[in-house]
Design a binder for this molecule. Structure first.
Ligand code: MF3
Ligand code: CO
Ligand code: CO
Length: 264
């Protein structure tokens, strides 16, 4: 097993898959309101991916996952299974979309705030997004994976949040999860060196309280042990000859670099 370097032809397919995954998050936005169930969000996304995009929702039946998207609400960290419970005002929810198009995967997630409320929840979501952007901003040929993890961990902990250790970003391509593992914590100048043609995700899970998690009896849903809030954002990335291309970038993020903290 090793890291698969993509050809320009494969990258073109990754671009298309990434675009479609990003489009699903844009499409679902107006539906994420108080009173809708996560099952309903799942159905809307499933139908859009299958019927409008002529693509495949990768989570469905993936190692037995029963739905087409992951929906993780409040203290849920990741891999939440859509169900008939309705969203309520003040909830925060991560929707994680992975599509397969022409044999290639695009994987991306974002946080939605249901109604506008809670300053603390808003701040957690913002900081988690900035943590992702800080990781992305590190990416170019020659840097090491540990540099990315260290940057995300240092920033998040300086904001008095914790970083989940048990789940990580991953190589992606013809397979949903390929090598390498992309940790969201670590030490600078450690791990493998990034080279042109790699494609992988960064997807930090950032907690309000302690980093510790537990998995529910449904075998999928991951929650914080202390039941405090958790937030996650994810992009699929391509390492170019001199930097990074975000394959799942949405229009609303086109000025993402403006959200980076000022250099000291
Ligand atoms: N999309 C998740 C990730 O970012 C994986 C979900 S696996 C599933 O890697 F089976 F829960 F869908
Ligand atoms: Co992923
Ligand atoms: Co994902």
């Amino acid at each position: 097993m090793s890291i698969i370097i993509k050809t320009p032809e494969q990258i073109e397919k990754m671009r298309i898959a990434g675009r479609l995954a990003a489009d699903v998050l844009d499409m679902i936005k107006p539906y994420v309101v108080a009173g809708i169930s996560t099952d309903e969000l799942d159905t809307i996304c499933h139908d859009y991916i299958v019927n409008e995009q002529d693509a495949i929702p990768a989570p469905l039946n993936y190692h037995g996952f029963p739905k087409s998207i992951c929906t993780s609400v409040n203290h849920q960290v990741c891999h939440g299974i859509p169900n008939n419970k309705k969203l309520k005002k003040g909830d925060i929810i991560n929707i994680d979309i992975t599509v397969i198009k022409d044999g290639y995967h695009g994987d991306t997630s974002k946080m939605f705030l249901v109604g506008k409320t809670n300053v603390a929840a808003q701040r957690l979501c913002d900081i988690a997004q900035t943590a992702l952007y800080i990781g992305i901003d590190m990416v170019k040929p020659g840097i090491k994976l540990g540099d990315i993890g260290h940057a995300i961990q240092t920033y998040s902990e300086a904001q008095h949040y914790s970083v989940v250790r048990e789940y990580c970003g991953h190589g992606i391509g013809e397979k949903f999860h390929e090598e390498p593992q992309v940790l969201h914590y670590g030490k600078p100048d450690t791990g493998i060196i990034l080279t042109t043609g790699m494609t992988f995700t960064i997807e930090p899970m950032i907690n309000q309280g302690k980093r510790h998690i537990k998995t529910l009896n449904d075998k999928w849903t991951v929650e914080t042990k202390d039941r405090r809030l958790s937030a996650q954002w994810e992009h699929t990335l391509y390492i170019t000859t001199d930097g990074v291309e975000i394959l799942t970038l949405r229009d609303e993020e086109k000025n993402w670099k403006m959200q980076l903290p000022h250099r000291s």
